[in-house]
Design a protein around this ligand. Structure first.
Ligand SMILES: [Zn+2]
Length: 382
């Protein structure tokens, strides 16, 4: 017999197995192609090669978010081993030695575990035990893949389960237990700020209120704005009228909602004016218009404060927390920003992370950046 089958050879023992190992995939890219991948931070090339930087002594994945080196300072290696043997060390940001697919699998496993155990207390230690990693490492890994810590992810899952059940008309207490909240006090503590309203009023969903809405097309996307008699209560970006109407009626399903462009014309004008790129001497600020802030006292404090940040300026989440008298409630401030329902008029886009990076934005980071750029050009006069 010339060739034994794969199984036969495997069964002969580990020596034979050695020679069956697949030939190491050779990197098909030349230097020029690899450099292009680095310039483009091409994720699809991760694992195919690493690049080392002479000036820093570090080697990275092609997709590393760190500042790119000068072409002359980059050396390419097919394997991390090669880079290490040449005396380079692994980058702490992109961690090129980590097996990407393994990391993905671990995070997916933890997410699944969280989703299936919402009614339990999910400590980081417990989750780390499930995947046999250190709590510290799991936290970092999870956050780098999901942008949330495992605990925040669990909170999100519980909240969306709760919202779904409340929308379905389940009693508040019943919905709470279904959503994995152990006791009512915990629900109020944890979710009130994120829900925007305490559960009781969330369930009212605008009962007894008349809400008018109108659309505005803009170069930042389609906008719906809606107002109660007290003021603007909803301003959001979306892809289609259907999607925006659905979001509006979901939030205020018990209100009487009608399209009335005329009733909103003054606000539409203010918004158009704000979004235009031209500068005029007497810019009316959209923050001056009345808003109907429907949320917890804490959220309202955050939202009111946001309206005092001048266009063209930014504050960090910590600065906002400090300004409203809760210096430790940085995360709750971020949550309040994330649950803002009135874009632009409650300018949550003017809050950024302490390191100056954008943080999050409910309607996409690109929009946040664009709004800030525009404001800078228009309002920040030097
Ligand atoms: Zn790196």
């Amino acid at each position: 017999m010339l060739r034994a089958s794969f199984e036969e050879r495997i069964s002969k023992g580990s020596d034979q197995y050695e020679e069956l190992k697949p030939v190491k995939k050779t990197n098909p890219l030349n230097d020029e192609a690899m450099w292009k991948a680095v310039v483009n931070r091409d994720e699809s090339c991760d694992g195919q090669f690493v690049y080392a930087v002479k000036t820093t002594g570090v080697y990275c994945r092609p997709s590393c978010p760190a500042k790119r080196p000068n072409r002359d300072n980059a050396i390419f290696y097919d394997t991390t081993n090669g880079a290490r043997q040449a005396g380079f060390r692994a980058c702490a940001r992109c961690r090129p030695d980590e097996d990407l697919s393994k990391a993905e699998a671990v995070v997916a496993q933890v997410r699944r575990y969280i989703e299936e155990h919402l009614d339990e207390k999910l400590t980081l230690e417990k989750l780390a035990g499930v995947v046999e990693l250190s709590p510290y490492y799991l936290q970092r890994l999870f956050k780098s893949r999901c942008e949330l810590t495992p605990r925040q992810y669990a909170d999100e899952c519980r909240l969306s389960a709760l919202k779904k059940r409340l929308s379905a008309g389940t009693q508040v207490t019943e919905a709470m237990y279904d959503a994995g909240y152990g006791s009512s006090s915990r629900l109020y503590e944890r979710s009130a700020q994120q829900l925007g309203m305490t559960p009781g009023s969330y369930k009212k969903k605008g009962a007894g209120e008349q809400i008018n809405f109108a659309f505005l097309g803009s170069d930042l996307g389609l906008i719906v704005l809606a107002a109660t008699e007290k003021g603007l209560c909803f301003l959001q970006f979306g892809d289609s009228e259907e999607e925006l109407i659905e979001a509006l009626t979901r939030e205020f399903s018990n209100a009487t909602i009608s399209k009335d462009t005329k009733a909103l014309s003054a606000w539409l004008d203010a918004l158009r004016h704000y979004l235009s790129k031209s500068t005029t001497s007497n810019d009316e600020t959209i923050e001056a218009i009345d808003v109907d802030l429907n949320g917890t006292l804490f959220q309202q404090a955050v939202w009111r404060y946001l309206r005092q940040i001048a266009p063209g300026q930014t504050k960090t989440y910590s600065e906002v927390a400090e300004a409203i008298g809760y210096p430790k409630a940085v995360r709750a401030v971020a949550n309040a920003c994330a649950s803002n329902r009135i874009a632009i008029a409650v300018p949550c886009h003017r809050v950024v992370r302490n390191d100056g990076s954008l943080g999050g934005y409910r309607w996409g980071l690109q929009r946040k950046q664009e709004l800030l750029n525009r404001e800078k050009q228009k309002y920040q006069r030097t």
